[in-house]
Ligand binder design. Structure first.
Ligand code: F6R
Length: 245
C-alpha cells in the first residue's frame, strides 16, 4: 500500500484527524495494543484523546499500551521521563487499566536483558496494533538514531549529541540529562500492524521530506517507514509544501 499522507487544514483538525485514527483502531479492536511516542508532537493528541474518552467516544478499558522509549538511569518519577509524561498527561486521565500499561524501566540494572524481556512481552502477546510516532530533526524514531540497523529489536541506545543537546531544556540541569536510553528498535516498530506518523511545525519540513521521499537508509531512521504496508502520515498545514524549497 502506498504511503497515505494527510495534510490537515489547520492545527485543530491536525490533532482531531490523528485522534480519529486512534478512535477507529480501538472501535474496530477494543483490546488493541497501542504504543505512543512522547515529546511535543503527541502532547496535543493525548489531550484530545482524554477529551474524547470523557465524551464517551473512545473506551480504553480493554486497551494495552506499551511505552516506545525511555531514558536509562533517570529516576522513575523524574518529570522529564517518558513514563512520567505519558502517565501525567494521558494514562492517568483515561479509563485504561494500570495493569495494561507496560513501561521500559529507566532504573533497570541489566539493560540488555530488560530490553530482551520487553521485546518478548510485545511479541508474545501478538505485537503492536497501532504505533504512533513523532520524528526527530535528525530522522530518529523512538531513540533509534541515525546509523541504527533497520532490523534491531528493543535495545539500549546511546542518545546522540544532537538529540542530547536538544533535550537538555527538559532537565533541571545538564548533569541530569541521560546519555543512555532504552527503545523499541526499528524492527519492533516496523512489526506493528499499523503506524501513524505525526509531524507539525515548519521546522520538520526538511526531515519529513527526506524520510518520506528520500532514499531508505539507516542515515535517516524514519525512512524505513516507507517500507511499511500500512503507514499513515498526518501533517499540519505548515508542512503542506513538503520537499519544495
Ligand atoms: C519520544 C520519541 C521521539 C520523538 C521525537 C520528536 O518518545 O519517540 O522519537 O517522537 O524526538 O520529538 P518532538 O515531538 O518533541 O519533536
Amino acid at each position: 500500500m502506498p504511503v497515505q499522507i494527510k495534510i490537515s487544514q489547520d492545527n485543530e483538525s491536525w490533532v482531531r484527524e490523528a485522534a480519529a485514527e486512534v478512535v477507529e483502531q480501538v472501535k474496530k479492536t477494543p483490546a488493541s495494543r497501542l504504543s505512543f511516542a512522547t515529546g511535543a508532537t503527541t502532547l496535543p493528541l493525548f489531550d484530545e484523546l482524554v477529551k474524547l474518552n470523557h465524551a464517551g467516544e473512545i473506551d480504553f478499558s480493554k486497551v494495552s499500551a506499551f511505552q516506545l522509549d525511555e531514558y536509562h538511569g533517570l529516576e522513575r518519577d523524574n518529570p522529564a521521563s517518558c513514563a512520567f509524561t505519558i502517565k501525567d498527561r494521558f494514562y492517568n486521565h483515561i479509563n485504561i487499566r494500570p495493569e495494561n500499561c507496560f513501561f521500559l524501566d529507566s532504573k533497570c540494572i541489566d539493560p540488555e536483558d530488560h530490553c530482551r524481556e520487553y521485546e518478548a512481552l510485545i511479541r508474545d502477546g501478538g505485537g503492536i496494533d497501532l504505533q504512533v510516532l513523532g520524528i526527530g530533526l535528525n530522522g530518529h524514531i523512538g531513540f533509534n538514531q541515525p546509523g541504527t540497523q533497520f532490523t534491531i529489536e528493543t535495545h539500549p541506545a546511546e542518545v546522540d549529541d544532537f538529540t542530547w543537546e536538544k533535550n537538555t531544556k527538559f532537565f533541571k540541569s545538564v548533569a541530569e540529562n541521560p546519555r543512555e536510553a532504552l527503545t523499541m528498535g526499528t524492527g519492533t516498530i516496523m512489526s506493528a500492524k499499523k503506524i501513524l506518523l505525526l509531524a507539525n511545525g515548519s521546522g520538520k519540513k526538511d526531515i519529513v521530506c527526506k524520510a518520506l521521499f528520500g532514499p531508505v537508509s539507516p542515515d535517516i531512521p524514519a525512512s524505513v517507514l516507507q517500507n511499511h504496508p500500512d503507514l499513515i502520515v498526518i501533517l499540519d498545514p505548515s508542512l503542506s509544501k513538503l520537499c519544495s524549497p
